[in-house]
Design a protein around this ligand. Structure first.
Ligand code: 13P
Ligand code: SF4
Length: 371
């Protein structure tokens, strides 16, 4: 979780025990009171994977793309409390004016995929690649699920950020300028997107940062169009093609809808693939009586089922595929951050260093202009 600057005073005192064991109804009432008191100075943003107890307090919700747009548009508030994970709060900090503080209610809310690529490894890969291919013709593309310093790396090298909702448009933009793409950290989003564009698998080698030359031969690198960083989301890896088969057997006519962080075999077996916002809209707009199996994080799917009782909505995996870090944002942490904010002692401020923020903003703005 590089890129965050939070002084020890900001992360102390710990929110507990004063907040643990307090009845939910009381915490909810205290949170509401602070929202009323702070009014337009405070904006609470919430990602679709947040728990119900938290998302109910979000002024606006969205997928990673929409939340980035919302942060960029809301320049008049004083504080954004980001109910999501660390890279999302960093992105909001980069896209807002310096006077806006962005707060993450629990600093432990990271993203294991984002942790699979770090600046040193990407810079080392770039240097190694330069021995065999022309890096002036290589576009660095980072999934938004990455640290701010990797976004800055892309900004410095003419590159760009993508999300699960605009990866195709970003790759089109990239290939209009350069012959090859280095895509990190999620190999699955990169592979699923590039394959849908007609790029064959043998032109998409995986780059394993622990192996010399990423585990590739110089010939394979020279033949490549997309180099896929060896990263993944452990939540979405748990969906399997056999789960799709089982649902199709149980419910003939079911529509299977998955997130593009799922493996290629799951995406191939599914009917539709898209970001969390796409998943929500698609099911909401579907006719009453339709049946769905959805392959993404559990809290989103449970809420979707509760909010669409006229449809039959199933979770695609028999396992509990829950994002443990998104789950860290809970009522006690939200109440703790809001009460400290109201008392003038804000905690857990996410502040990306200026130089990193500048170049990360370059890459993020390119993304926002592409779509
Ligand atoms: P979305 O951009 O589709 O919301 O995805 C974010 C994420 O982290 C999925 O795991
Ligand atoms: Fe990261 Fe996966 Fe959680 Fe999304 S679901 S925030 S990619 S660990």
């Amino acid at each position: 979780m590089g890129g965050a600057v939070a002084s020890p005073e900001q992360t102390l005192p710990l929110p507990f025990p004063p907040y643990r064991g307090v009845p939910a109804a009381e915490l909810e009432q205290r949170i509401r009171a602070i929202k009323d008191e702070l009014g337009d100075q405070l904006l609470i943003l919430g990602h679709h994977y947040q728990q119900d107890e938290v998302i109910q307090f979000a002024d606006l919700r969205g997928d990673s793309y929409k939340l980035s747009q919302l942060a960029a548009q809301h320049q008049n508030c004083r504080t954004i409390v980001f109910c999501g994970v660390h890279f999302m709060a960093e992105t909001a900090d980069v896209l807002t004016r310096p006077e806006v503080d962005v707060i993450l209610p629990d600093m432990g809310a990271g993203c294991s995929m984002a942790d699979m690529a770090d600046l040193d490894s990407v810079e080392a890969a770039w240097t190694d690649l330069g021995e065999h291919i022309d890096t002036a013709d290589l576009m660095p593309v980072t999934y938004i699920n990455s640290t701010a310093d990797l976004k800055a790396f892309c900004g410095r090298h003419g590159g760009i950020v993508c999300t699960s909702s605009n990866a195709r448009a970003v790759l089109d933009w990239s290939f209009a300028q350069r012959r090859r793409v280095l895509f990190f950290p999620d190999q699955h989003l990169g592979r699923n997107t590039a394959r849908a564009m007609g790029i064959p698998l043998n032109e998409m080698p995986v780059w394993d940062p622990r192996e010399p030359l990423g585990g590739n031969t110089p010939q394979a690198l020279r033949a490549s169009r997309v180099l896929l960083w060896k990263g993944h989301c452990s939540v979405h890896q748990m969906f399997r093609p056999e789960h799709v088969t089982q649902f199709r057997q149980r419910f003939p006519g079911i529509t299977v809808l998955v997130h593009p962080e799922c493996t290629m075999s799951v995406v191939d077996a599914a009917d539709l693939v898209g970001s969390t916002e796409f998943i929500l809209k698609t099911v909401e707009d579907a006719p009453a009586g339709s049946t769905w199996a959805v392959g993404t994080e559990l809290h989103l799917v449970n809420r979707l089922a509760a909010e669409n009782p006229d449809k039959s909505i199933h979770f695609l995996s028999p396992m509990v595929c829950m994002c443990a870090t998104m789950y860290r944002i809970d009522l006690p942490h939200l109440a703790w951050t809001l009460e400290n904010l109201a008392q003038g002692t804000p905690v857990n401020i996410i502040k990306v260093p200026d130089e990193t923020a500048h170049w990360a903003r370059v890459a993020l703005r390119r993304m926002l202009e592409v779509k």
